[in-house]
Design a protein around this ligand. Structure first.
Ligand code: NAG
Length: 370
């Protein structure tokens, strides 16, 4: 009896595949910087922005470094989990093939990368957004060769996209006097230059088939530990925060405008600026005890650019907003992601294909952190 039901399900499924052709899953393609990198920079042998040493990843899976610039999950991990989507592997992972991409999507995010090509050049190797989109075009060619143009068009149009860059364009470009952009632009001209470049990039992604795109805004980046050590008081850099807010306002407008002007585009913008700002001012209200220094720290010798094996860790990693000089902790990422989910308004995706009977309640996505 049980066997009959099982074979019925199998026959129905096979039948559905025969009718609909290749039955593609909904997956994600992620474009970003170190806040979303899941290992690409570890394969860039010359990059000096890598999360390849302890204590990165200490609260994720087996606890070994996995390329994430955090102790645990990224914001994109948590948002994707909430939508019921698989976590896409790093594009540069040499074990990838078409089947893995069709099942899981891809993540092109790279530590040090920016919206602008020139951002982060001091990291020597990183993938800027234009380069990431170029690599995505290569992925499209690969998938078209495997499943044909018609199915590939559907696969890429149904996929979800994350575009999460911008902080390096300020922190590792405009705000550093070693970069040319810091001499030739002002606050009033640099932010429009950034958003105009982003407009071209989002329009290009749409032309390539992206329809459902989530654009992440910036947090109060003047409050990252690395910015605080710039002032003798140790306070937040208000100029830097103001730039983040200008970027968010202009990018939000841009995304709304593209969403109405481009055919079938469902582009959404989400940021967690206000919540994170409040967490930084009132950490205790959110269960944190520290919001101004990194959990992984070299103490007085700060700022070491990254968390290194010689660093000491804070006692309770769930109570620190920042993991290292730049990046939030797993717990802070969870808070940021929940705010994004509220603002972006995308729903949980039911991956069971319509022809097959429902297999019962979906298993809750596991959180590798905590
Ligand atoms: C940025 O880089 C891409 C390739 O990665 C290139 O095609 C493009 O022309 C560059 N744009 C500018 C303004 O330099």
């Amino acid at each position: 009896m049980k066997l009959t039901v099982v074979s019925l399900v199998i026959y129905t499924t096979i039948f559905a595949v025969l009718i609909n052709g290749y039955d593609c899953k909904i997956v994600q393609f992620i474009f970003g910087d170190s806040l979303s990198d899941v290992g690409n920079n570890n394969y860039l042998s010359k990059s000096i922005a890598r999360a390849s040493l302890p204590w990165y990843g200490i609260d994720f899976g087996n606890g070994l470094p996995n390329g994430r610039f955090s102790n645990g999950r990224t914001v994109a991990d948590i948002v994707g989990d909430a939508m019921g989507l698989p976590r896409p592997p790093a594009f540069l992972d040499p074990s990838l093939n078409e089947d893995v991409i069709l099942e899981n999507g891809l993540n092109y995010a790279s530590g040090g990368g920016g919206i602008l090509n020139e951002t982060g050049s001091y990291f020597i190797q990183r993938l800027c957004l234009y380069k990431q989109i170029e690599l995505y075009q290569g992925t499209q060619d690969l998938i078209r060769g495997k499943i044909g143009n018609k199915e590939a068009d559907k696969f890429f149009q149904e996929a979800r996209y994350v575009v999460a860059l911008g902080s390096n364009d300020f922190i590792n470009n405009y705000l550093m006097p070693v970069y040319r952009d810091s001499w030739i632009y002002s606050d009033e001209t640099f932010v429009p230059y950034l958003t105009q470049t982003l407009r071209e990039q989002l329009t290009l992604l749409h032309r390539l088939g992206a329809r459902q795109v989530m654009v992440f805004g910036l947090g109060p980046m003047g409050c990252i530990p690395l910015q605080r050590v710039l002032s003798s008081s140790g306070g937040c850099q208000e100029k830097t925060n103001k730039l983040a807010q200008m970027f968010n306002t202009q990018t939000s407008k841009l995304v709304t405008e593209l969403s109405t002007s481009l055919p079938n585009a469902e582009f959404r913008f989400g940021d967690a600026y206000d919540v994170v700002n409040d967490v930084i001012i009132n950490p205790n209200n959110y269960g944190f005890s520290n919001s101004d220094s990194p959990c992984c720290s070299l103490g007085k010798i700060r700022p070491a650019l990254t968390c290194i094996p010689a660093s000491t860790l804070c006692k309770d990693r769930r109570k620190y907003v920042f993991w290292d000089e730049y990046h939030p902790s797993d717990k802070a990422n969870e808070l940021i992601a929940n705010e994004m989910i509220k603002k972006l308004g995308f729903k949980h995706i039911n991956q069971t294909d319509n022809a097959a009977p429902s297999p019962g309640p979906a298993v809750a996505p596991s959180s590798d952190g905590n």
